[in-house]
Each structure stands twice: as structure tokens, then as C-alpha cells.
Ligand binder design. Structure first.
Ligand code: AMP
Length: 487
């Protein structure tokens, strides 16, 4: 392995990509993506991985973690220049969902565009034949979901004995999906001499135990813990009867300049019902959930990325890790049963230096769930109301709650927000004077002019949406009209 110029892995907070020790074709691709500075997780993970360290990283999606592990892996492919034998891969990346696996593979192609690495994606929901054929030649990168990978290992189509690096992305989600035994079996099939990176939004006991069993003296890196939602998101809650939610959703989405929204439904059936209602109201919506075939899911995501569909209705599992630029709104049609999911959901907006709006619809029965969310995030969400067809001015906050909230903490430096890195020409804080972001942690009073109603808030975001549309068009033009997305 080539030791990078910065062999001291403690020299983390490097400010420029070219200080991280990455090869020139990778730096070129990163610049072409419009990134000017590494995000905090990238500054920490890239030198450590290049140096050969194991990584135990706590990072949410939206912090730039995909590039944090993809860039050093690409560097190793360039400098090592060895081709994996048939059925083998040099680097293995495990992801909980098919969508995330595809996104990671897309990121490898994006950042590796000047190197042309060979990449295979192995996941359920599609025929295994093409995956087996792709693996027969051996690849630089294998991105896989655990179940299908084990199947193909069992049938002898994939071998892991030549794999030099493994990345476990969204490890806590893999556990929630019951993949822990599969992960252990996969890790046992790898050579003892290897590099392991384990990334997770949260660090529950089982993940720590996994790290203890399979990681060697890992570099522990932590950015933006899950209990602190990213600060560029303008959050609010609409107290509403269950029966009025569909009408309120149509009103929320019908605002001119609404750019792109993800609506979260607790159930698959509920998601389909929402699509029908929105289509009936003339809105371009589509659902993505576990009952849809892989092809349908991919087509829907593509349509959402290219703007053919402006509203995506999703369940938690299907939306996990989805990274689509320019999502201006996240609407929680149903509140999640698990408060952490709220944080994951709203993290679909305000990615990598942008701002966004998150609206939660809360009916009478969901009040305990709202209370749990507020306890987790440490502050109360500003309340708005829905009357008839209009989303009205915010009402003063209800009476003091019967629980103590932790005081909102001030963000610390640039790492306090999602992404933290910068893209040149991005609309940071667009729509606000001097590029200001509205902090969710600042208590809002009903009298503040910036709080004068959800409609106005939506219109405000519409202008940001315009900025992201322009940016997308610029990027599309730059990539020859291919509608390229960063990951
Ligand atoms: P991730 O956390 O990997 O899902 O990344 C979230 C978003 O951040 C993606 O859209 C990336 O394209 C973007 N991104 C990654 N690194 C940077 C960076 N250094 N500067 C700006 N944007 C970035």
C-alpha cells in the first residue's frame, strides 16, 4: 500500500482535498462535482483509511460519508493497480437496502470517472444471473446487500478470500433489518488481514460488540450525532385530525414553486392511498415501498431525480439512505413510531449545505409520538394549524409541556451541520439575507415576521427550490445532459 503524505492520522481537520493524499484523477472528479472542501467526516476518514486504519464512524446520511469511504478506496485501486481474480472483489461495501447499494455504486462511478473502476452490485429483488456473470470476471468494487451476497457466496459464485477492504454502511439499519447474523457470516468469510470500516448513524451496544469482534484498533470518528437534527432544516408540526391530513397534504404540495417533496407514510397501503389522492388533485406523485418490484422502485427514483415526479411517497425502509439533490420538503404524513426515524426522515432535505423544510402532521393519537420526538431532539417543534383549504398562520405554542426538555445546544463550528463541506456555487442560505440559515434550535415566537405562516414559509423555500433547479441544470449541462447526480 502506498503511504499517503499525511501518515499521521491524527492530523484530521485538513481543509483542502489536495491535502488528503488522494490521487489526481480523484481530485479532478471531486472538483468537477463542485466540492470545494472536504466535509468533517471526509477530513477524518480519508487520511485514516489511506493509512490503512480500521474505522468506527458515527455519521448520519447527508454528512458526505459515502465519499469519505469511496475516495480512499478508489485511491487504493489506482495505486495498487491489481485486478481481483474471477469471482472476487478488491473492496466490498455492504448496504442495508437496494436503493442505497445502487446509490453507492453510482457514487463510485461518479468519483471514479477518470479511472473506470469495475463495479458490481449484488442485491435482492432482481435476477441473479447478470450479477453472477459480472462477478465471474472479478471486480474492483462489489456493493451488496447482505442476503443476496450470502446466497451467491453459498452457490459458489462469489468468493471473499481476496477482499482487502470491507465497508459496512448504515450498520445500525442493517441490524434493524435483522442482518446481524448475515453480517457476522460475511465478516468471517473475509481474510484476517484486511481493512474494515464500520459506519453507523447510531452506536448501539450490538454495533460496539460487532466492532470489538471484527475491527482491529479502529480509529473512532464521530460527526453530527443522530439526536441533533441538522440545523439547516426549518421544522414545524401541524396539529390536525387524521381525516383532514390528505386535504392538508394537497394544500401543502400545491404551493407554487414547491420543488421536490418526500412524504413519509407509516404503511405501504397508506402510501398508495396518498398517491391516489395526490394524482386526483393533479399532482405528480409516486410511491416507493417494499411491495413494489425493484424495477418499479428504480424507475420511480429516476423519475423523482429527473423531476418527472415531484412528490415521492415513501415508507421508512424504502427511503433509508436515499440521497437526492434538491429535496426542498419532507412531510411526515404519519409520525414514526421510533423517534430516531424522524431524524433520519428529515435528513432527506437540507443535504450538503442546502436548506430545507420539514413539516409533521400530528393527529390526536400521535401526540405521544410527537412528545418522544421532541424529547429526542431536545426542543419543542413550532406548531401550525390547518383550517379548511389553507395552512394558516402559526398559533402560539400550546401550554408548557409536562416534561423537561434539554436546552438547545449551540452548534459548534462548521461540523455542526450536515455536510459541512462546501460545493462551489451552491445556494447556501439562499432566500435569506447574507446567506443566513434559520436555526431550528432558536425558539420561534408567533410574532416573528419569518414565522408568519406555513404558506409563506413554503413560498420562501420555493425560491430556494429555484436555486437548486438551476444548479441541477448546470450540473446536467456539465455532464452532457445525463442528469448526473452526485451519488
Ligand atoms: P452522503 O452523506 O454520502 O449521503 O452525502 C450527502 C450529499 O453530500 C451528497 O449529495 C454528496 O454529493 C454531497 N457531498 C459529499 N461530499 C461533499 C463535499 N465535500 N462538499 C459538498 N457536497 C458534498
Amino acid at each position: 500500500m502506498v503511504v499517503p503524505p499525511c501518515a499521521n492520522t491524527k492530523a484530521f481537520h485538513l481543509k483542502q482535498f489536495n491535502e488528503l493524499g488522494l490521487a489526481e484523477p480523484i481530485l479532478r472528479a471531486v472538483i468537477e462535482e463542485g466540492y470545494t472542501h472536504p466535509t468533517p467526516i471526509q477530513s477524518a476518514v480519508i487520511p485514516a483509511m489511506l493509512y490503512g486504519r480500521d474505522i468506527l464512524g458515527t455519521a448520519q446520511t447527508g454528512t458526505g460519508k459515502t465519499a469519505a469511504f469511496t475516495l480512499p478506496l478508489l485511491h487504493k485501486v489506482v495505486t495498487d493497480g491489481k485486478q481481483a481474480p474471477g469471482k472476487c472483489c478488491t473492496a466490498l461495501i455492504l448496504a442495508p437496502t437496494r436503493e442505497l447499494a445502487l446509490q453507492i455504486a453510482e457514487s463510485i462511478h461518479t468519483y471514479g470517472r477518470h479511472m473506470r473502476p469495475s463495479v458490481a452490485v449484488v442485491m435482492g429483488g432482481v435476477k441473479p444471473g447478470p450479477q453472477v456473470r459480472m462477478m465471474a470476471r472479478g471486480v474492483d468494487f462489489l456493493v451488496a446487500t447482505p442476503g443476496r451476497l450470502l446466497d451467491l457466496m453459498g452457490s459458489g459464485s462469489i468468493r471473499l478470500d481476496q477482499t482487502r477492504t470491507i465497508v459496512l454502511d448504515e450498520a445500525d439499519q442493517m441490524m434493524d433489518l435483522g442482518f446481524l447474523p448475515a453480517i457476522r457470516r460475511i465478516l468471517q468469510a473475509l481474510p484476517k488481514q484486511r481493512q474494515t470500516a464500520l459506519l453507523s448513524a447510531t452506536m448501539p451496544k450490538q454495533i460496539r460488540a460487532l466492532a470489538q469482534d471484527f475491527l482491529h484498533d479502529p480509529e473512532e470518528i464521530s460527526v453530527a450525532p443522530v439526536s441533533r437534527p441538522i440545523e439547516a432544516i426549518d421544522q414545524s408540526v401541524v396539529m390536525i385530525d387524521r381525516g383532514a391530513k390528505l386535504g392538508a397534504l394537497v394544500a401543502a404540495l400545491s404551493v407554487p414553486d414547491m420543488d421536490r417533496a418526500i412524504v413519509f407514510s407509516r404503511t405501504k397501503h397508506g402510501a398508495d392511498k396518498i398517491v391516489k389522492k395526490l394524482e386526483h388533485a393533479g399532482l405528480r406523485a409516486a410511491a416507493i415501498h417494499g411491495n413494489k418490484s425493484q424495477n418499479q422502485r428504480e424507475r420511480t427514483l429516476d423519475n423523482f431525480k429527473t423531476g418527472k415526479v415531484t412528490t415521492l411517497i415513501a415508507t421508512d425502509i424504502a427511503a433509508r439512505g436515499i440521497d437526492i439533490d434538491g429535496v426542498s420538503h419532507v412531510i411526515n404524513f404519519d409520525l414514526p413510531n421510533v423517534s430516531e426515524s424522524y431524524v433520519h426522515r428529515i435528513g432527506r432535505t437540507a443535504r450538503a449545505g442546502e436548506t430545507g423544510v420539514a413539516i409533521a402532521f400530528c393527529d390526536g393519537e400521535e401526540r405521544p409520538l410527537l412528545r418522544d420526538i421532541e424529547k429526542l431532539i431536545g426542543y419543542r417543534l413550532p406548531v401550525r394549524t390547518f383550517e379548511g383549504k389553507e395552512l394558516s398562520d402559526p398559533k402560539p405554542a400550546p401550554d408548557v409541556p409536562d416534561y423537561e426538555l434539554r436546552p438547545a445546544k449551540k452548534k459548534k463550528g462548521p461540523s455542526g451541520r450536515s455536510g459541512g463541506g462546501q460545493r462551489s456555487g451552491r445556494a447556501q442560505g439562499a432566500g435569506r439575507p447574507n446567506g443566513q440559515q434559520r436555526s431550528h434550535s432558536a425558539p420561534r415566537s408567533g410574532g416573528e415576521s419569518a414565522e408568519a405562516g406555513l404558506s409563506r414559509m413554503l413560498a420562501d423555500v420555493g425560491s430556494r427550490g429555484g436555486a437548486s433547479k438551476r444548479r441541477r441544470n448546470r450540473r446536467r449541462n456539465a455532464s452532457g445532459g445525463a442528469g448526473a447526480s452526485a451519488s
